[in-house]
Write a protein that binds this ligand. Structure first.
Ligand code: SAJ
Length: 426
Protein backbone atom coordinates (compact mmCIF):
# COMPACT_ATOMS: atom_id res chain seq x y z
CA UNK A 1 0.00 0.00 0.00
CA UNK A 2 1.20 3.55 -0.82
CA UNK A 3 0.81 6.52 1.52
CA UNK A 4 1.00 10.19 0.54
CA UNK A 5 -0.97 11.85 3.32
CA UNK A 6 -1.67 10.75 6.88
CA UNK A 7 -3.48 12.17 9.89
CA UNK A 8 -2.06 11.71 13.41
CA UNK A 9 -4.59 12.25 16.18
CA UNK A 10 -3.12 13.25 19.54
CA UNK A 11 0.07 15.34 19.65
CA UNK A 12 1.57 14.23 22.94
CA UNK A 13 4.79 12.39 23.79
CA UNK A 14 4.13 9.79 21.09
CA UNK A 15 1.89 11.46 18.50
CA UNK A 16 4.07 14.54 18.02
CA UNK A 17 7.35 12.66 17.44
CA UNK A 18 5.51 10.18 15.19
CA UNK A 19 3.83 12.91 13.12
CA UNK A 20 7.11 14.83 12.77
CA UNK A 21 9.10 11.75 11.84
CA UNK A 22 6.61 10.81 9.10
CA UNK A 23 6.70 14.42 7.87
CA UNK A 24 10.49 14.58 7.72
CA UNK A 25 10.37 11.24 5.89
CA UNK A 26 8.43 12.95 3.09
CA UNK A 27 4.75 12.30 3.85
CA UNK A 28 2.18 15.06 4.12
CA UNK A 29 1.04 14.89 7.76
CA UNK A 30 -1.93 16.53 9.44
CA UNK A 31 -1.19 16.59 13.17
CA UNK A 32 -4.45 16.87 15.09
CA UNK A 33 -5.05 17.77 18.71
CA UNK A 34 -8.29 18.71 20.44
CA UNK A 35 -6.52 21.15 22.76
CA UNK A 36 -6.59 24.57 21.06
CA UNK A 37 -3.66 25.93 23.08
CA UNK A 38 -1.44 23.00 22.04
CA UNK A 39 -2.47 23.51 18.39
CA UNK A 40 -1.82 27.24 18.54
CA UNK A 41 1.54 26.78 20.26
CA UNK A 42 2.70 24.20 17.74
CA UNK A 43 1.57 26.35 14.82
CA UNK A 44 3.97 28.97 16.20
CA UNK A 45 6.72 26.40 16.67
CA UNK A 46 6.28 26.24 20.48
CA UNK A 47 6.27 22.79 22.09
CA UNK A 48 4.21 21.87 25.14
CA UNK A 49 6.45 18.91 26.00
CA UNK A 50 10.17 18.38 26.34
CA UNK A 51 11.97 15.54 24.65
CA UNK A 52 15.59 15.81 23.51
CA UNK A 53 15.76 16.76 19.82
CA UNK A 54 12.00 17.10 19.39
CA UNK A 55 11.84 20.88 19.00
CA UNK A 56 14.28 20.83 16.09
CA UNK A 57 12.44 17.94 14.44
CA UNK A 58 9.00 19.56 14.77
CA UNK A 59 10.25 22.91 13.52
CA UNK A 60 11.93 21.27 10.52
CA UNK A 61 8.70 19.40 9.72
CA UNK A 62 6.59 22.57 9.96
CA UNK A 63 8.99 24.75 7.95
CA UNK A 64 9.06 22.17 5.14
CA UNK A 65 5.23 22.44 5.00
CA UNK A 66 5.01 18.68 5.40
CA UNK A 67 3.52 18.93 8.90
CA UNK A 68 0.32 20.89 9.33
CA UNK A 69 -1.18 21.29 12.81
CA UNK A 70 -4.95 21.39 13.10
CA UNK A 71 -7.86 20.85 15.50
CA UNK A 72 -9.69 18.77 12.88
CA UNK A 73 -8.76 15.62 10.95
CA UNK A 74 -8.96 15.63 7.16
CA UNK A 75 -9.28 12.96 4.50
CA UNK A 76 -6.05 10.99 4.33
CA UNK A 77 -4.61 7.62 3.32
CA UNK A 78 -4.03 6.59 6.93
CA UNK A 79 -5.07 7.72 10.39
CA UNK A 80 -2.95 7.10 13.48
CA UNK A 81 -4.58 7.41 16.90
CA UNK A 82 -2.04 8.32 19.60
CA UNK A 83 -4.25 9.73 22.34
CA UNK A 84 -3.90 9.05 26.08
CA UNK A 85 -5.61 6.12 27.78
CA UNK A 86 -5.52 7.18 31.43
CA UNK A 87 -7.23 5.28 34.19
CA UNK A 88 -9.85 6.36 36.68
CA UNK A 89 -9.21 6.36 40.43
CA UNK A 90 -10.91 2.96 40.46
CA UNK A 91 -8.09 1.62 38.25
CA UNK A 92 -10.34 1.36 35.22
CA UNK A 93 -9.09 2.27 31.75
CA UNK A 94 -10.53 5.50 30.37
CA UNK A 95 -11.02 4.89 26.65
CA UNK A 96 -12.98 8.09 26.05
CA UNK A 97 -10.12 9.75 24.12
CA UNK A 98 -9.76 6.70 21.85
CA UNK A 99 -13.51 6.69 21.25
CA UNK A 100 -13.61 10.44 20.49
CA UNK A 101 -10.65 10.13 18.12
CA UNK A 102 -12.31 7.24 16.26
CA UNK A 103 -15.52 9.26 15.99
CA UNK A 104 -13.57 12.25 14.67
CA UNK A 105 -12.09 10.06 11.91
CA UNK A 106 -15.49 8.68 10.90
CA UNK A 107 -16.62 11.49 8.53
CA UNK A 108 -13.27 11.35 6.72
CA UNK A 109 -12.90 7.57 6.41
CA UNK A 110 -12.80 6.31 2.80
CA UNK A 111 -12.44 2.92 1.15
CA UNK A 112 -8.80 1.81 1.05
CA UNK A 113 -7.79 3.76 4.21
CA UNK A 114 -5.75 2.37 7.08
CA UNK A 115 -6.53 3.21 10.74
CA UNK A 116 -3.87 2.42 13.35
CA UNK A 117 -4.38 2.60 17.09
CA UNK A 118 -1.14 3.27 18.99
CA UNK A 119 -2.55 4.14 22.41
CA UNK A 120 -1.90 1.53 25.09
CA UNK A 121 -5.22 -0.25 25.50
CA UNK A 122 -6.82 -3.19 27.28
CA UNK A 123 -6.83 -6.45 25.29
CA UNK A 124 -9.45 -6.55 22.49
CA UNK A 125 -9.94 -2.75 22.36
CA UNK A 126 -9.15 -2.67 18.62
CA UNK A 127 -11.67 -5.31 17.63
CA UNK A 128 -14.34 -4.69 20.28
CA UNK A 129 -14.31 -0.88 20.47
CA UNK A 130 -12.45 0.72 17.55
CA UNK A 131 -13.79 -1.42 14.69
CA UNK A 132 -17.52 -1.04 15.59
CA UNK A 133 -17.16 2.77 15.67
CA UNK A 134 -15.36 2.88 12.31
CA UNK A 135 -17.92 0.54 10.73
CA UNK A 136 -20.63 3.14 11.40
CA UNK A 137 -19.24 4.62 8.17
CA UNK A 138 -20.98 1.79 6.31
CA UNK A 139 -17.59 0.41 5.24
CA UNK A 140 -16.49 -3.07 6.34
CA UNK A 141 -13.28 -3.28 8.40
CA UNK A 142 -10.68 -5.61 6.93
CA UNK A 143 -12.47 -5.55 3.57
CA UNK A 144 -13.11 -1.91 2.60
CA UNK A 145 -10.52 -0.41 4.91
CA UNK A 146 -7.71 -1.71 7.12
CA UNK A 147 -7.35 -1.57 10.91
CA UNK A 148 -4.23 -2.31 12.95
CA UNK A 149 -2.88 -1.90 16.46
CA UNK A 150 0.75 -0.86 16.81
CA UNK A 151 2.00 -0.04 20.27
CA UNK A 152 4.65 2.57 20.86
CA UNK A 153 7.51 1.12 22.90
CA UNK A 154 9.87 4.06 23.11
CA UNK A 155 11.62 5.19 26.24
CA UNK A 156 10.99 8.81 27.29
CA UNK A 157 14.28 10.66 26.94
CA UNK A 158 15.23 8.53 23.91
CA UNK A 159 12.01 8.69 21.93
CA UNK A 160 13.38 9.98 18.62
CA UNK A 161 16.07 7.33 18.37
CA UNK A 162 13.94 4.43 19.65
CA UNK A 163 11.02 5.35 17.37
CA UNK A 164 13.22 4.60 14.39
CA UNK A 165 15.50 1.87 15.74
CA UNK A 166 13.23 -0.27 17.95
CA UNK A 167 11.47 -3.33 16.64
CA UNK A 168 7.88 -2.45 15.78
CA UNK A 169 4.90 -4.73 16.34
CA UNK A 170 1.95 -4.36 13.98
CA UNK A 171 -1.18 -6.31 14.80
CA UNK A 172 -3.84 -6.37 12.11
CA UNK A 173 -7.49 -7.29 12.45
CA UNK A 174 -6.64 -9.49 9.44
CA UNK A 175 -3.38 -10.20 7.57
CA UNK A 176 -4.14 -7.53 4.93
CA UNK A 177 -4.46 -4.91 7.67
CA UNK A 178 -1.17 -6.00 9.25
CA UNK A 179 0.50 -5.74 5.85
CA UNK A 180 -0.91 -2.23 5.32
CA UNK A 181 0.47 -1.22 8.74
CA UNK A 182 3.81 -2.76 7.83
CA UNK A 183 3.90 -0.70 4.61
CA UNK A 184 3.21 2.50 6.56
CA UNK A 185 5.76 2.10 9.35
CA UNK A 186 8.51 0.80 7.09
CA UNK A 187 8.69 4.38 5.78
CA UNK A 188 10.86 5.27 8.79
CA UNK A 189 11.29 2.24 11.06
CA UNK A 190 14.77 0.72 10.78
CA UNK A 191 14.19 -1.95 13.44
CA UNK A 192 12.49 -5.26 12.68
CA UNK A 193 8.77 -5.00 11.87
CA UNK A 194 6.80 -7.94 13.20
CA UNK A 195 3.24 -8.53 12.06
CA UNK A 196 0.70 -10.38 14.15
CA UNK A 197 -2.94 -10.08 15.25
CA UNK A 198 -4.32 -6.89 16.80
CA UNK A 199 -5.05 -8.52 20.14
CA UNK A 200 -1.61 -10.14 20.32
CA UNK A 201 -0.03 -6.73 19.73
CA UNK A 202 -2.17 -5.23 22.49
CA UNK A 203 -1.10 -7.98 24.86
CA UNK A 204 2.57 -7.68 23.91
CA UNK A 205 2.58 -4.04 24.91
CA UNK A 206 0.91 -4.70 28.25
CA UNK A 207 3.10 -7.73 28.92
CA UNK A 208 6.32 -5.75 28.43
CA UNK A 209 5.41 -3.07 30.94
CA UNK A 210 3.85 -5.54 33.37
CA UNK A 211 6.99 -7.66 33.28
CA UNK A 212 9.04 -4.60 34.19
CA UNK A 213 6.62 -3.58 36.95
CA UNK A 214 6.69 -7.02 38.57
CA UNK A 215 10.48 -7.05 38.42
CA UNK A 216 10.76 -3.62 40.01
CA UNK A 217 8.32 -4.77 42.70
CA UNK A 218 10.59 -7.64 43.65
CA UNK A 219 13.56 -5.26 43.80
CA UNK A 220 11.55 -2.99 46.10
CA UNK A 221 10.62 -5.94 48.28
CA UNK A 222 14.29 -6.96 48.43
CA UNK A 223 15.12 -3.43 49.64
CA UNK A 224 12.71 -3.86 52.55
CA UNK A 225 14.08 -7.30 53.39
CA UNK A 226 17.64 -5.99 53.27
CA UNK A 227 16.80 -3.28 55.77
CA UNK A 228 15.19 -5.87 58.08
CA UNK A 229 18.24 -8.12 57.95
CA UNK A 230 20.93 -5.44 58.09
CA UNK A 231 22.11 -5.94 54.51
CA UNK A 232 23.01 -3.40 51.81
CA UNK A 233 20.53 -4.26 49.05
CA UNK A 234 22.61 -2.52 46.37
CA UNK A 235 25.61 -4.68 47.14
CA UNK A 236 23.42 -7.80 47.32
CA UNK A 237 21.81 -7.04 43.94
CA UNK A 238 25.16 -6.40 42.34
CA UNK A 239 26.43 -9.77 43.54
CA UNK A 240 23.22 -11.63 42.62
CA UNK A 241 23.35 -10.12 39.12
CA UNK A 242 26.71 -11.81 38.52
CA UNK A 243 24.67 -14.99 38.13
CA UNK A 244 24.26 -15.51 34.37
CA UNK A 245 20.47 -15.90 34.56
CA UNK A 246 19.64 -13.23 37.15
CA UNK A 247 19.03 -9.56 36.40
CA UNK A 248 17.39 -7.80 39.33
CA UNK A 249 16.24 -4.25 38.65
CA UNK A 250 16.73 -1.29 40.95
CA UNK A 251 14.68 -0.50 44.05
CA UNK A 252 13.58 3.11 44.36
CA UNK A 253 10.98 5.46 45.79
CA UNK A 254 8.24 3.89 43.65
CA UNK A 255 7.22 3.42 40.04
CA UNK A 256 5.97 6.43 38.15
CA UNK A 257 5.33 7.66 34.66
CA UNK A 258 2.36 7.18 32.46
CA UNK A 259 3.15 3.61 31.39
CA UNK A 260 4.53 1.12 33.86
CA UNK A 261 2.44 2.36 36.78
CA UNK A 262 -0.72 2.25 34.66
CA UNK A 263 -0.58 -0.54 32.09
CA UNK A 264 -0.63 -3.55 34.46
CA UNK A 265 -3.98 -2.32 35.75
CA UNK A 266 -5.42 -2.90 32.26
CA UNK A 267 -4.81 -6.62 32.75
CA UNK A 268 -6.11 -6.57 36.32
CA UNK A 269 -9.27 -4.77 35.24
CA UNK A 270 -9.83 -7.06 32.26
CA UNK A 271 -9.21 -10.32 34.17
CA UNK A 272 -9.08 -9.84 37.95
CA UNK A 273 -9.44 -13.58 38.55
CA UNK A 274 -6.24 -14.30 36.61
CA UNK A 275 -3.92 -11.58 37.86
CA UNK A 276 -3.08 -11.92 41.59
CA UNK A 277 0.67 -11.52 40.99
CA UNK A 278 0.30 -8.49 38.72
CA UNK A 279 -2.12 -6.90 41.18
CA UNK A 280 0.18 -7.48 44.15
CA UNK A 281 3.20 -6.10 42.28
CA UNK A 282 1.26 -2.92 41.59
CA UNK A 283 0.38 -2.63 45.27
CA UNK A 284 4.01 -3.17 46.32
CA UNK A 285 5.23 -0.43 43.98
CA UNK A 286 2.38 1.89 44.91
CA UNK A 287 3.24 1.51 48.59
CA UNK A 288 6.92 2.34 48.10
CA UNK A 289 6.43 6.11 48.64
CA UNK A 290 4.87 5.26 52.03
CA UNK A 291 7.90 3.11 52.83
CA UNK A 292 10.21 6.04 52.08
CA UNK A 293 8.13 8.45 54.18
CA UNK A 294 8.06 6.01 57.11
CA UNK A 295 11.81 5.70 56.86
CA UNK A 296 12.23 9.47 56.99
CA UNK A 297 9.84 9.61 59.93
CA UNK A 298 11.99 7.10 61.82
CA UNK A 299 15.25 8.86 60.91
CA UNK A 300 13.95 12.26 62.01
CA UNK A 301 12.09 10.93 65.02
CA UNK A 302 8.80 12.32 63.73
CA UNK A 303 7.93 14.63 60.85
CA UNK A 304 5.72 17.25 62.49
CA UNK A 305 7.25 20.70 61.97
CA UNK A 306 10.41 19.32 60.31
CA UNK A 307 11.66 20.92 57.11
CA UNK A 308 12.68 18.46 54.42
CA UNK A 309 14.28 19.30 51.10
CA UNK A 310 13.59 16.82 48.35
CA UNK A 311 15.92 16.62 45.38
CA UNK A 312 14.07 15.71 42.19
CA UNK A 313 10.37 15.44 41.42
CA UNK A 314 10.42 13.81 37.98
CA UNK A 315 9.21 10.25 37.62
CA UNK A 316 12.69 9.11 36.63
CA UNK A 317 16.18 10.53 36.03
CA UNK A 318 16.99 13.19 33.45
CA UNK A 319 13.47 13.83 32.17
CA UNK A 320 11.12 16.72 32.91
CA UNK A 321 8.07 14.45 33.07
CA UNK A 322 6.32 14.51 36.45
CA UNK A 323 3.33 12.32 35.55
CA UNK A 324 2.44 9.77 38.24
CA UNK A 325 5.73 10.61 39.93
CA UNK A 326 6.34 8.83 43.25
CA UNK A 327 8.38 11.87 44.34
CA UNK A 328 5.26 14.06 44.16
CA UNK A 329 3.39 11.52 46.25
CA UNK A 330 6.20 11.52 48.79
CA UNK A 331 5.93 15.31 49.05
CA UNK A 332 2.20 15.00 49.65
CA UNK A 333 2.59 12.25 52.29
CA UNK A 334 5.30 14.23 54.08
CA UNK A 335 3.18 17.35 54.23
CA UNK A 336 0.17 15.34 55.43
CA UNK A 337 2.36 14.22 58.31
CA UNK A 338 3.13 17.84 59.22
CA UNK A 339 6.49 18.29 57.48
CA UNK A 340 7.36 21.46 55.58
CA UNK A 341 8.64 20.41 52.18
CA UNK A 342 10.91 22.27 49.81
CA UNK A 343 11.43 20.73 46.38
CA UNK A 344 14.36 21.27 44.04
CA UNK A 345 13.66 20.02 40.52
CA UNK A 346 16.16 21.46 38.03
CA UNK A 347 14.14 20.09 35.06
CA UNK A 348 10.91 21.85 36.13
CA UNK A 349 11.68 24.68 38.54
CA UNK A 350 8.27 26.31 37.98
CA UNK A 351 6.17 23.22 38.67
CA UNK A 352 3.03 24.23 40.60
CA UNK A 353 3.65 21.94 43.57
CA UNK A 354 0.57 21.55 45.76
CA UNK A 355 1.95 20.29 49.06
CA UNK A 356 5.25 22.10 49.32
CA UNK A 357 7.21 24.97 47.84
CA UNK A 358 9.53 24.89 44.85
CA UNK A 359 13.03 26.27 45.30
CA UNK A 360 14.93 27.41 42.26
CA UNK A 361 18.50 27.39 43.52
CA UNK A 362 20.64 24.94 45.39
CA UNK A 363 21.35 27.63 47.99
CA UNK A 364 17.62 28.01 48.76
CA UNK A 365 17.26 24.24 48.86
CA UNK A 366 19.95 23.95 51.49
CA UNK A 367 18.82 26.81 53.70
CA UNK A 368 17.13 26.02 57.05
CA UNK A 369 16.36 22.40 56.38
CA UNK A 370 16.41 19.34 58.68
CA UNK A 371 16.97 16.64 56.07
CA UNK A 372 17.88 16.20 52.42
CA UNK A 373 16.15 13.45 50.46
CA UNK A 374 17.39 12.39 47.04
CA UNK A 375 14.29 11.11 45.22
CA UNK A 376 15.43 11.15 41.57
CA UNK A 377 18.85 10.23 40.24
CA UNK A 378 19.21 13.16 37.79
CA UNK A 379 22.86 13.23 36.79
CA UNK A 380 23.32 16.79 38.03
CA UNK A 381 22.01 15.77 41.46
CA UNK A 382 24.22 12.70 41.59
CA UNK A 383 27.16 14.96 40.78
CA UNK A 384 26.64 17.19 43.84
CA UNK A 385 29.83 17.40 45.86
CA UNK A 386 29.31 16.44 49.53
CA UNK A 387 32.07 18.78 50.75
CA UNK A 388 30.56 21.68 48.84
CA UNK A 389 27.04 20.94 50.10
CA UNK A 390 28.30 20.55 53.65
CA UNK A 391 29.77 24.05 53.50
CA UNK A 392 26.43 25.51 52.34
CA UNK A 393 24.07 24.00 54.92
CA UNK A 394 23.64 23.36 58.61
CA UNK A 395 21.70 20.21 57.75
CA UNK A 396 23.52 16.97 58.50
CA UNK A 397 20.94 14.30 57.71
CA UNK A 398 20.26 12.80 54.30
CA UNK A 399 18.33 9.94 52.76
CA UNK A 400 19.27 8.64 49.32
CA UNK A 401 16.45 6.57 47.80
CA UNK A 402 18.11 5.83 44.45
CA UNK A 403 21.70 4.88 45.29
CA UNK A 404 22.78 8.12 43.66
CA UNK A 405 25.21 9.38 46.29
CA UNK A 406 28.39 7.77 47.53
CA UNK A 407 27.56 6.96 51.14
CA UNK A 408 31.15 6.95 52.32
CA UNK A 409 31.90 10.37 50.80
CA UNK A 410 28.79 11.97 52.31
CA UNK A 411 29.45 10.38 55.71
CA UNK A 412 33.01 11.62 55.54
CA UNK A 413 31.69 15.11 54.83
CA UNK A 414 29.86 14.92 58.16
CA UNK A 415 26.38 13.78 57.14
CA UNK A 416 24.29 11.14 58.89
CA UNK A 417 23.73 9.22 55.70
CA UNK A 418 20.81 6.87 55.13
CA UNK A 419 19.99 4.90 52.03
CA UNK A 420 16.92 3.03 50.85
CA UNK A 421 17.63 -0.68 51.18
CA UNK A 422 20.39 -0.17 53.75
CA UNK A 423 19.76 0.13 57.48
CA UNK A 424 22.30 2.88 57.87
CA UNK A 425 25.43 3.91 55.97
CA UNK A 426 28.57 4.48 57.98
N1 SAJ B 1 12.21 2.15 37.91
C1 SAJ B 1 12.67 1.60 39.09
N2 SAJ B 1 13.64 0.65 39.03
C2 SAJ B 1 14.17 0.25 37.84
C3 SAJ B 1 13.70 0.81 36.64
C4 SAJ B 1 12.71 1.77 36.70
O1 SAJ B 1 12.19 1.94 40.18
O2 SAJ B 1 15.07 -0.60 37.88
C5 SAJ B 1 11.15 3.17 37.94
C6 SAJ B 1 11.57 4.51 37.31
O3 SAJ B 1 12.24 5.33 38.22
C7 SAJ B 1 10.22 5.07 36.90
C8 SAJ B 1 9.43 3.81 36.50
O4 SAJ B 1 10.09 2.73 37.12
O5 SAJ B 1 9.57 5.68 37.99
C9 SAJ B 1 9.32 3.56 35.02
O6 SAJ B 1 10.52 3.88 34.35
P1 SAJ B 1 11.14 3.03 33.16
O7 SAJ B 1 12.37 3.68 32.70
O8 SAJ B 1 11.20 1.61 33.54
O9 SAJ B 1 10.01 3.05 32.04
P2 SAJ B 1 9.15 4.21 31.31
O10 SAJ B 1 7.82 4.26 31.98
O11 SAJ B 1 9.89 5.47 31.16
O12 SAJ B 1 9.00 3.55 29.85
C10 SAJ B 1 8.45 2.26 29.74
C11 SAJ B 1 9.35 1.40 28.84
N3 SAJ B 1 8.93 0.02 28.91
C12 SAJ B 1 9.81 -0.97 29.18
O13 SAJ B 1 10.98 -0.77 29.40
C13 SAJ B 1 9.27 -2.36 29.18
C14 SAJ B 1 9.26 1.93 27.41
O14 SAJ B 1 9.98 1.08 26.54
C15 SAJ B 1 7.79 2.00 26.97
O15 SAJ B 1 7.66 2.48 25.65
C16 SAJ B 1 7.09 2.94 27.90
O16 SAJ B 1 7.15 2.39 29.22
C17 SAJ B 1 5.65 3.10 27.45
O17 SAJ B 1 5.35 4.13 26.83
O18 SAJ B 1 4.85 2.20 27.67
Amino acid sequence: MKFNKICVLGLGYIGLPTASTFATSGLKVIGVDVNPSIVKGLQNGELHIYEPGLRTLVQAAIISNKLEISEQPQEADAFIIAVPTPFYGEKKADLSYVISAAEAILPHLRAGNLVVLESTSPPRTTIDILVPILEKSGLKAGVDFYVAYSPERVLPGQILRELIENARVIGGINPESAQAGHDLYKIFVKGKIITTTATTAEMVKLMENTYRDVNIAIANEFSRLAERFGVDVWEAIQIANLHPRVNILKPGPGVGGHCISVDPWFFVEAAPDLTPLIHTARQVNDSQPHFVVNKLETILNGLEGKTITVFGLAYKPDVDDLRESPAIEIVQLLSEKGAIVKAYEPFKPDYPLKHGSMVKTLEEALLGTDALALLVGHQQLRDLDPQDIQSKTECRILLDTVNGWDCAAWSEAGFDTYQLGVSRCD
